[in-house]
Design a protein around this ligand. Structure first.
Ligand code: ATP
Ligand code: MG
Length: 367
């Protein structure tokens, strides 16, 4: 899969820009705050239907502009397609186009452009809070499985509604009658999430272990066991059983949820551990080990895409290389030799030899 060109109008700090890319490594160079990450964000949006630094569409529209209009041409499976998004600053909802035809949902654009994004925060993902790891699972799964994305959106919607009922339990006690209904529905959809996540983490773990082993000269074995609701005895069990087990746990927390006015249990608390020889990286890992494991996870994500879709996803590396020591830089650069890659960095140094460079200054591409 390859991104041929990108056109931006009113996106972030770009008034107007057009870039034609190379099928290999594309280096996006420039000083701080010039628009390097913004460029990756536009690519990521066309790939996934949202930005990676914000969920607020208004932030993606250039200050003072009424809309952002951005598009790209993608070649995959011997076929060229165009993706386009138009975001409006007012209430008007966004418009998405595939090959010039308006589409209602992002799901219809799924798979046209798949990307794996890697940014400095990802290097810390194994030390950070659980939400960072849930995001990693969700990002990977949403691009691979449209049904997962739909289930995740529904889960979050029910969760939000249930939380609202819990918060207003004193002002609006009659609403508590519908609480069991919401809990039941939450378990139904939650069971689907758990089922997908267990399978995804299993495959991701297998691939990540290989990368990490190679990285550590065969010395270390990385494992990423799934941690979900404690009543789930086997996350690979049929969804109906997962649902029952989830419900049992919810019921035992009924009083607690009422008292705290929070949804206390469910896959919205999911996590995964990362261990080397059984020892948790979070508690015992050195900085280098943690970074190495995080890189292995990202490379594994890319590998799963390739395996699943038969195509190489476009790799977006935002500022990552500058955070790595030369040994790890070399490992990453060796692993990414195939496929198309976008790398942003401030100091080009030795990198400039490896690909086509674009110099960005204040939202303009310098020739
Ligand atoms: P760094 O090297 O520090 O990561 P960068 O080149 O990646 O820098 P970006 O994050 O791409 O920088 O761009 C940041 C700039 O874009 C900031 O100056 C910010 O004010 C500007 N910017 C962000 N959103 C908008 C917007 N909606 N309209 C106009 N400018 C914006
Ligand atoms: Mg940046």
């Amino acid at each position: 899969m390859r991104l041929d060109c990108l056109t931006l109008r009113g996106f972030r700090n770009y008034e107007q820009a057009h870039l034609e890319f190379s099928p290999g490594v594309n280096l996006i160079l420039g000083e701080n705050a010039q628009g390097k990450t913004n460029l990756l964000e536009a690519i990521y949006y066309l790939s996934t239907g949202h930005g990676f630094r914000t969920r607020k569409e208004a932030e993606l529209i250039r200050f003072g502009a009424e809309f952002a209009d951005f598009s790209c041409t993608v070649t995959g499976r011997q076929r060229q397609q165009t993706l386009r998004a138009v975001l409006f600053s007012g209430r008007k909802s966004r418009q998405l186009f595939l090959n010039g035809v308006k589409r209602k949902t992002q799901a219809e654009l799924m798979g046209v452009l798949t990307t794996v994004l890697f940014c400095p925060e990802d290097l810390l993902v194994l030390k950070a809070g659980a939400s960072a790891r849930r995001r990693l699972m969700d990002q990977g799964l949403c691009q691979l499985r449209p049904r997962y994305e739909a289930a995740l959106q529904e889960y979050n919607r029910i969760l939000e509604q249930k939380s609202r009922i819990l918060r207003s339990r004193y002002e609006n006690p009659s609403l508590l009658q519908v609480l069991p209904e919401y809990s039941q529905r939450l378990c139904q959809v939650g069971a689907i999430l758990i089922s997908y996540r267990a399978r995804y983490l299993q495959s991701l773990g297998q691939e990540a272990t290989k990368f990490h082993r190679e990285f550590s000269g065969g010395r270390e074995t990385l494992e990423i066991p799934y941690r979900t609701v404690s009543t789930i005895s086997d996350p690979f069990a049929p969804v109906s059983r997962l649902e029952e087990e989830l419900f049992a746990h919810l019921q035992s927390h009924y009083q607690g949820e009422l008292e705290s006015a929070q949804c206390l249990t469910g896959p919205h608390k999911d996590d995964f551990d990362a261990t080397l020889e059984g020892l948790s990286l979070k508690s015992y890992g050195s900085q280098g080990q943690t970074r190495t494991a995080a890189i292995s996870l990202k490379l594994a994500q890319r590998e799963l895409f390739r395996r699943d879709t038969g195509e190489e996803p476009v790799l977006l590396l935002d500022d990552v290389l500058s955070e790595l020591d030369p040994g790890r830089q070399d490992f990453v650069l060796n692993q990414i030799q195939s496929g198309q890659v976008f790398i942003t960095c401030c100091e080009p140094g030795r990198l400039t030899k490896i690909g086509t460079s674009f110099h960005i200054e204040k939202g303009s591409i310098l020739e």
